[in-house]
Write a protein that binds this ligand. Structure first.
Ligand code: SAH
Length: 345
């Protein structure tokens, strides 16, 4: 069974027509899909039509199971999908506007050694509606705190490995008929699939494209990311260049700092060489601890010194402020809770 939030305006128009309703119902429904979590709140729609919709469509495809609030105000939500699968999203309040970090898959196939999301592999893709439902639910829940202004596709899963649903989600969340989040306020983070990175611009994505680079040479990258055996760092930078040429949007390089592994002066030089002439900003993320990973973060001093060296070398860089870590909601800490729950019985 599908959820109503899977539909865009033209699909909703078709749907209401096929169910013998007047065309204005589509607009009414779209407004309610954005504003409400339950059919019970659709009070200006005839009861008989609601009953008909209930037979075929969920009002929301996810329900909240629990939430954990971190000391910095970040909130990690655990949702359950209609098939019982569990997924997580994180609300990140900022003085300049609030972000939501959404998941796009249950688990992840990429198996990066530093990230908890891929530890049990991939369970399944989320549909566009299941990704959107995370935003709609959290936007409503946080209305009094200003709601949601920005989306980062940085939760569990690899957006470009679930490409069609990612693009559909971006269109739905950006639509002026729907919740209308500006394209410039949407970020997609990828471990690097060059062909798909290029497709994004062609398919109308002009938000921020972030690449999880984490090492400037193939040799080093292969030690921590499985995907590095398939795509070279050169091919990734080439894809970023094409994205920039097509969209004019500065790209982001995400670079986890792992103490003693990728934070030396030689790494600064390699990064400088690799990123030469690319319009980018480097986000340095000191490694967050996860289970089953014995890599260490650098000290704060080392992280800032690496950042200073990059800037001195002409590479724009900042150290990302980590949020939500005491709620296990920081970068790399979201897990495949479905598999975890089964293992624990
Ligand atoms: N699946 C997406 C988003 C991942 S989360 C991707 O692959 O890009 C957002 C960022 O946090 C990514 O750059 C990711 O590599 C990074 N990250 C993953 N695990 C981390 C950890 N333990 N500490 C710090 N950053 C981490």
């Amino acid at each position: 069974m599908k959820a109503l939030c899977e539909f865009d305006m033209s699909e909703l128009t078709e749907l209401v027509k096929s169910l013998g309703q007047p065309p204005y119902r589509a607009k009414q429904l779209m407004k309610h899909i954005v504003a409400y979590d339950s059919y019970d709140e659709y009070t200006d729609i005839p009861k008989a039509f609601i009953s008909r919709l209930k037979e075929e469509f969920y009002d929301r495809p996810l329900v909240e199971k629990t939430r954990v609030v971190a000391s910095d105000g970040a909130v990690r939500y655990l949702f359950q999908a209609a098939d019982g699968d569990l997924l997580e999203s994180v609300f990140l309040p900022h003085s300049y506007g609030n972000s939501v970090c959404v998941s796009c898959q249950v688990g992840c196939a990429m198996g990066c050694v530093f990230c908890a999301s891929g530890h049990y592999g991939l369970k399944r893709d989320l549909s566009a509606g299941e990704i959107l439902a995370q935003v709609l639910y959290i936007a409503r829940d946080t209305r009094t705190a200003g709601g949601v202004n920005k989306i980062v596709m940085m939760g569990s899963g690899s957006p470009l490995a679930n490409y069609d649903n990612t693009i559909k989600f971006v269109r739905l969340v950006n639509s002026s008929d729907g919740i209308n989040i500006g394209m410039r306020s949407i970020s997609i983070s990828t471990c690097g699939i060059p062909k798909r990175m290029e497709d994004l611009a062609e398919d109308g994505f002009t938000g921020t494209l972030s690449l999880s680079l984490h090492a400037a040479t193939d040799e080093k990258r292969k030690q921590i990311m499985k995907i590095a055996s398939h795509h070279s760092v050169q091919s990734l930078v080439q894809a970023l260049r094409k994205f920039f040429d097509a969209t004019g949007r500065r790209v982001v390089i995400e670079y986890i700092l792992i103490g003693g592994f990728n934070d030396t002066a030689a790494d600064v030089e390699e990064l400088k060489k690799l990123l030469k002439g690319l319009c980018c900003h480097v986000n340095l993320i000191p490694l967050n601890p996860t289970e089953n990973c014995d890599l260490k973060p650098p000290t704060k001093k080392q992280a800032y010194s690496f950042c200073d060296k990059l800037n001195a070398a002409g590479v724009s860089a900042t150290v990302r402020r980590s949020m939500g870590s005491d709620a296990a909601g920081a970068c790399g800490q979201l897990k495949n809770r479905t598999v975890e729950a089964k293992r624990r019985g």
